[in-house]
Design a protein around this ligand. Structure first.
Ligand SMILES: NC(=O)c1ccc[n+]([C@@H]2O[C@H](COP(=O)([O-])OP(=O)(O)OC[C@H]3O[C@@H](n4cnc5c(N)ncnc54)[C@H](OP(=O)(O)O)[C@@H]3O)[C@@H](O)[C@H]2O)c1
Length: 334
């Protein structure tokens, strides 16, 4: 089988598959009940991913409160061809908190070290940012992680965090980015390019809407305005459909390939072998210029619809860390 195209993370980071696979779904909490059959399907999909050489996986300590990491650990473990991204929760703001969480992540993943450790969302207002970055760096120095990065950091905080880093490069900022959420293109992506930080795109299919899903059939989709807008956007969906048809691809493949063409690394949520096979094809699909142009045009309004600046999960910054932690624990993760 021909291989998966790879890209470099950051300026001098490792080379990873151009499309990653997200395991929020494998935590099940907001995506539906954790039934035996559903868990088996995720396990099979992970094995299919490894067979296809799609070895970039994304998870987090809060996905099913560690369940997603454990599942991945059982299937992948210490394989050195895999590259696993995990995230310490944004409420971890002390050195001790970050290091303890990183140790927990490594243990659940059954790995010597997590390959890329991210801070999941920016710390609450008035919390010293540099202490979080230094703690991530210390996780590398202690062998708990190989590389570090951030998630959901808007441009002002990304700039500051990069200045704080002393010994290790911040490789990525993982943010919401898709044809239906393009606000990152206005300020964050140009800054990230200047700083040599890779944009990793979460919700690249707007939770399935850009693959043609219309039913808000679980909590994750119900509460998501981007899913709701995209699933009703006849013009954008029709453009995706006709380009996909013309290229002998699917809407999902085209939506992911568009993100790759924009220089980002999408991490697509998966629960089935079919999702993995499509992600594999998407990584190998090079969109012609005319298709990129048509998609840009059909999704132009999403450059400004959600505001002038990156806003996903930013309201958490108003909530003190102990309260964030309590609420997420009481929920049993997300
Ligand atoms: N850093 C953060 O704050 C953050 C936030 C959210 C997500 N993430 C990461 O990003 C990943 C992806 O984001 P997301 O889950 O929000 O949204 P997404 O990737 O846009 O949507 C995933 C859903 O789309 C459907 N899907 C996937 N491939 C498909 C295909 N080929 N054809 C048809 N449908 C397909 C599946 O729905 P069904 O399962 O219903 O079939 C899947 O669960 C997550 O798993 C997580 O790792 C990070």
């Amino acid at each position: 089988m021909a291989g998966v195209p790879r890209v470099v993370l950051g300026r001098r980071g490792p080379r990873v598959p151009a499309v990653g696979l997200g395991l929020w779904q494998a935590g099940f909490k907001m995506w539906g009940p954790r039934e035996e059959e559903a868990v088996r399907s995720v396990r099979e999909a992970i094995r299919a991913a490894l067979e296809h050489g799609l070895t970039l996986f994304d998870t987090a300590e809060i996905y099913g409160q560690g369940f997603s990491e454990k599942l991945l650990g059982e299937e992948v473990g210490n394989r050195d061809d895999a590259f696993i991204v995990s995230k310490v929760a944004g409420y971890r703001v002390t050195r001790r908190g970050v290091l303890k969480a990183a140790e927990g992540i490594r243990r659940r993943l059954k790995r010597d070290a997590v390959d890329l450790l991210l801070h999941h969302w920016p710390p609450p207002l008035h919390t010293p940012l540099c202490s979080v970055v230094r703690a991530l760096e210390e996780a590398v120095d202690r062998g708990l992680a190989r590389y570090i990065g951030l998630s959901n950091y808007p441009e002002n905080l990304l700039g500051k965090a990069v200045e704080c880093a002393r010994r290790h490069e911040i490789l990525v900022d993982q943010v919401q980015y898709s044809l239906a959420y393009r606000v990152v293109e206005r300020g964050l992506r140009p800054l990230a390019e200047k700083l040599g930080v890779t944009i990793m795109a979460w919700s690249p299919l707007a939770k399935g809407a850009l693959a043609g899903k219309t039913a808000a059939d679980n909590k994750a989709r119900k509460g998501d305005p981007v899913f709701n807008a995209a699933s009703k956007d006849a013009e954008l969906l029709e453009t995706l459909r006709s380009i996909a048809e013309g290229l002998g691809a699917t809407m999902a493949q085209v939506a992911l390939a568009w993100l790759v063409a924009k220089g980002s690394v999408p991490v697509v949520g998966f629960r089935r072998r079919r999702h993995v096979e499509e992600a594999f094809k998407a990584a190998r699909l090079r969109l012609p210029e005319w298709a990129i142009h048509e998609l840009d045009k059909a999704s132009e309004k999403y450059r400004s619809l959600w505001g002038a600046k990156y806003s996903a999960v930013q309201n958490l910054r108003w909530v003190p860390s102990p309260i964030q932690m309590l609420v997420i624990r009481l929920m049993g993760g997300i």
